[in-house]
Design a protein around this ligand. Structure first.
Ligand code: ATP
Length: 435
């Protein structure tokens, strides 16, 4: 299996992911996405939105503000309960989460540790010009509460009947005590969350369906089944709000770790918000004439963790005549760049033709253009960032108005008239339509 050092170094070298504020030495738990990383993340979000909103008839989209009324976090239980036990090493001053330590001494230097104290991992900020208690607010530690607080707004404006879901993608912030494993545990990250509202009593069945749907999504976008597993939470591991929970886990180089949690949150959140806000959040069931709080199934995934899993899973090395060919075998929908245009040489007439071809395909695909060094080197560069198709413009192209499409995985090449290039590329990429 590929090592994390190899992945981190590839990500840095090719412009997927950089340490945040690197010119100042980086900033623990924060990461910046470069030109390829930003495309990759967009594709992850897009693939998720496609599956959970566009292709379904029972889920609508939503986008809440990051900073919400502070009472939201009192109602949700985060002010009182979003806490972790923190210990300091008296010798090297490093900090650790007490529940993650295997022994009573510092894992770095063997030094004595302080008593554990509880630390709330929400980031605090101040809203308004005066730094007083009344204006304390939090950067959201999950996107879910924005949905719960708006449940009534969305339900009444869309006139949805149960069951229905609300989906949201956005940044969340947690002051993690021990960020690490590259982007896996960051302090600023992005979540993709669905709150799916159901009639109480049907929750267990919907929970099971969402677990299967979400597991299938990772396979649909190319994650190898042997690197994916479902793990049910044991009773003592369940969060205070959850009746049951499954994690979708990925086999990272640092071990099996959570990509997504799918929890049955019962009516905990709506009940808390109803009590704290004093607003009636019950649902009127026209069939039975009853008012009740819906139960909620929550599939909660991470954009950054998914992106990292897609990179790790796509990584492949194979021997070739120059040594080793490194390939990211991304699913075409996930690949940051779909098509690279490569003129065989930098001769003026060829470059003009290649630029013309590039301009013709740019409106339809994420593309790049490369005319530096030998064609073999350029193919390898595209393989290393997972570009599924290269279009080579050669001297014959000037005569026959045709170009060569080279496939990343099979390395096979086919000649295609420039006039047919867009549909030919679309077909190879498995595109449903070109809009
Ligand atoms: P963990 O146990 O790994 O801390 P969690 O169970 O607290 O995660 P949830 O609160 O269930 O995580 O969050 C849902 C999803 O949000 C996770 O499955 C993950 O994909 C993402 N996520 C949570 N915390 C982080 C983080 N610090 N960095 C990156 N992604 C995160």
């Amino acid at each position: 299996m590929v090592s994390m050092e190899t992945i981190v170094s590839l990500c840095k070298r090719r412009g997927f992911i950089f340490p945040s504020s690197e010119i100042y030495g980086g900033f623990g738990g924060f990461w910046d996405y470069g030109p390829l990383g930003v495309e990759l993340k967009r594709n992850v979000r897009e693939a998720w939105w496609q599956a959970v909103v566009r292709e379904r008839d029972d889920v609508v989209g939503f986008d809440a503000s990051i900073i919400m009324h502070p009472k939201v976090w009192v109602a949700s239980g985060h002010v009182a309960g979003f806490i972790e036990p923190l210990v300091d090493c008296k010798v090297c001053k490093k900090r650790f989460r007490a529940d993650q330590l295997e022994s009573q001494v510092c894992p770095e230097c063997g030094g004595e540790l302080t008593e554990a104290r509880w630390f709330n991992t929400m980031f605090k900020t101040y809203v308004g010009p005066v730094e007083e208690e009344a204006a304390v607010a939090y950067l959201r530690p999950e996107t879910a509460q924005g949905i719960f607080a708006n449940y009534k707004n969305v339900q009444t404006t869309t006139r949805r009947k149960l069951p229905f879901g609300i989906a949201q993608v956005g940044k969340s912030f947690r002051n993690e005590i021990t960020p690490g494993n590259f982007t896996f545990r960051s302090r600023e990250f992005e979540q993709m969350e669905i709150e799916y509202f159901v009639k109480p009593g049907t929750d267990a069945e919907w929970h099971e369906r969402w677990v299967q749907d979400r597991y299938a999504w990772y396979k649909r976008y190319g994650i190898k089944p042997e690197n994916l597993r479902l793990r049910a939470h044991s009773q003592d591991e369940l969060a205070h709000y959850a009746k049951a929970c499954y994690d979708v886990e990925y086999r990272f180089p640092f071990g099996w770790s959570e990509l997504e949690g799918i929890a049955n949150r019962t009516d905990f959140d709506l009940r808390q918000h109803q009590e704290t806000s004093g607003e009636d959040l019950t649902y009127y069931d026209e069939e039975t004439g009853d008012h009740y709080l819906p139960f909620v199934v929550e599939p909660s995934a991470g954009v950054d963790r998914s992106a990292l899993a897609f990179i790790v899973d796509a990584y492949d090395e194979e021997p070739d005549k120059e040594g080793t060919r490194v390939v990211l075998r991304f699913h075409p929908d996930i690949a940051p760049i779909k098509v690279a245009v490569l003129p065989l040489s930098r001769k003026e007439s060829l470059v003009a033709k290649a630029r013309e071809v590039w301009a013709a395909i740019r409106p339809y695909f994420a593309t790049s253009y490369d005319d530096a060094q030998s064609i073999g080197r350029r193919y390898r560069r595209q393989d290393e960032v997972g570009t599924p198709l290269c279009v080579t413009v050669d001297f014959e192209s000037l005569e026959d108005q045709a170009v060569t499409i080279r496939e990343r995985d099979s390395m096979q090449q086919v000649r295609v008239p420039i006039a047919d290039l867009v549909p030919a590329l679309a077909e190879k990429l498995g595109r449903r339509c070109l809009s």
